[in-house]
Design a binder for this molecule. Structure first.
Ligand code: DLL
Length: 436
């Protein structure tokens, strides 16, 4: 297959040149941050680190971490590292608790961010001939603006749909012959389901690829979406704090996301001790922005749990790959003492032939945690008798028990009874929090 790069030289840079580049950029960035962000300067002073102690990436570990609570504390402009008049944009997190995080961008920051998104689009097979339908939300959320900018850079015809209004999404997709779909995986699954309901087969659309991210999704979900839309589904990762989507993206191998290491340094740490873990070990992902000028976070703790790999990739990119994040450490549920990620339940459901329409409810009754999983009965299982449904519920409960080590109560519910997501899906209701 023909190799697809947007910025070949950077994306395939030999490892020693990459380390050198990262080192040079890091030294400059630390100086920039120390001189311009009093909050950061105080953190470094407290740790006894001066900019001259950072001579390259091997000194990275000396720097203090930045966490979301630092960002809340410095809201809105305490992390600004350039004069406000040099900023041209803000974006913000979708967080529902506490103060939102605000990220600010210079024009150059926007250019670099959009370049990262352009790399993702080209890696997914996009080019000037493509019609890119962007149905991530536009506005403060970075998904729409990021992929929109990337698509412009590639020179594709960009459809700035934003999320929702599925009827219109389908009409435009069919009439304008969209070839690349950008949205959350849960919305992609919903679009696939909606197309089928309208009598379309996967081969009736012109889509060839999808660029899906902003929420955890499993390999099983990827297979499901690829089948229902007749496409290749690529993962894309990012967070508002590091610009937005495009920090990492999948290539044609579809086996993890290349981190744009010319712009970001990635580390994996033990979330409890802060110790840096060797390649291949699972832990919390930490990013250092090497080029961002307005909002340059150093060693930002994402709370996303994943693994990095330097195994050479057949696509020719040298950038390290991150595995699909299992979710944020704060999305992890502890149920009867067992750590549970919603994605583990999703894996079982899809493997057992159910649709990705489910809800997880956790509660505490008589001091014992309860776990209830609501899953839609698929149309082909609908005609079963009550006994038949109970048998299915039992079988599914056993399959989940094998995965998690704890037994859930499974409830098969009628098709369409679980609300569909147009953006980031909310799949967990933890009622225990109401009792605390
Ligand atoms: O979700 C940016 C984005 C937009 C990424 C569009 C990809 C596509 P935030 O709203 O700040 O930014 O949320 C960031 O979402 O820390 C992860 O927990 C999660 N996340 C993002 N991408 C993925 C992914 C955008 N591919 C938070 N897989 C991150 C799993 C993801 N989780």
């Amino acid at each position: 297959m023909e190799k697809r790069y947007y910025q070949k030289e950077a994306e395939t840079m030999p490892l020693d040149s990459l380390r050198k580049l990262q080192s040079e950029k890091l030294v400059k960035q630390v100086k920039h941050v120390y001189e311009n962000v009093p909050y950061y300067r105080a953190l470094m002073d407290k740790k006894g680190v001066k900019p001259q102690d950072i001579r390259g990436i091997d000194d990275l570990y000396k720097l203090p971490f930045i966490t979301k609570s630092d960002l809340r504390e410095t809201y809105p402009y305490g992390m600004l590292a350039v004069p406000l008049r040099d900023c041209v944009r803000i974006q913000s997190t979708s967080g529902t608790t506490g103060k939102r995080v605000i990220a600010y961008y210079t024009q150059e920051d926007i250019e670099l961010w959009e370049d990262c998104c352009a790399r993702a689009i080209v890696a997914a097979g996009g080019g000037k001939e493509d019609v890119v339908q962007v149905c991530y939300g536009y506005g403060l959320f970075t998904g729409g603006p990021g992929l929109n900018g990337g698509s412009h850079k590639v020179g594709s015809l960009t459809l700035p749909m934003s999320s929702g209004n599925t009827e219109r999404q389908i009409q435009f997709m069919m009439d304008l012959k969209s070839t690349i779909l950008c949205c959350t995986p849960s919305y992609a699954a919903f679009i696939g389901e909606s197309l089928k309901e309208r009598g379309y087969k996967p081969e009736d659309n012109c889509l060839k690829a999808g660029i899906f991210g902003a929420e955890p999704w499993t390999e099983e979900m990827r297979r499901d979406i690829e089948k229902s839309l007749g496409i290749k589904a690529y993962d894309i990762y990012g967070l508002t704090e590091t610009s937005g989507p495009g920090v990492a993206f999948e290539c044609e191998e579809q086996s993890g996301m290349h981190i744009n290491e010319d712009h970001f340094i990635a580390e994996i740490i033990d979330p409890d001790t802060g110790e840096v873990l060797p390649e291949g070990e699972k832990g919390e992902l930490v990013f250092t922005s090497l080029d961002k000028k307005a909002f340059p976070l150093l060693r930002y703790r994402t709370r996303d749990i994943c693994v990095l790999s330097r195994k050479p990739c057949s696509c020719g990119r040298t950038f390290v790959k991150m595995a699909k994040p299992m979710g944020r450490s704060d999305d992890m549920l502890i149920i009867r003492g067992v750590n549970v990620f919603p994605s583990q339940i999703e894996t079982v459901l899809l493997n057992e032939g159910y649709t990705p329409n489910y809800m997880i409810e956790v509660d505490r009754v008589n001091n014992t945690d309860t776990l209830d999983v609501y899953v839609e009965l698929s149309a082909d299982k609908l005609s079963d008798t009550t006994e038949g449904v109970s048998a299915l519920e039992k079988a599914l409960s056993s399959a989940i028990t094998t995965m998690l080590g704890i037994r859930p109560a499974v409830h098969l519910v009628p098709p369409k009874s679980i609300v569909r997501s147009e953006g980031k899906a909310v799949r967990v209701v933890d009622k225990r929090k109401l009792h605390d």
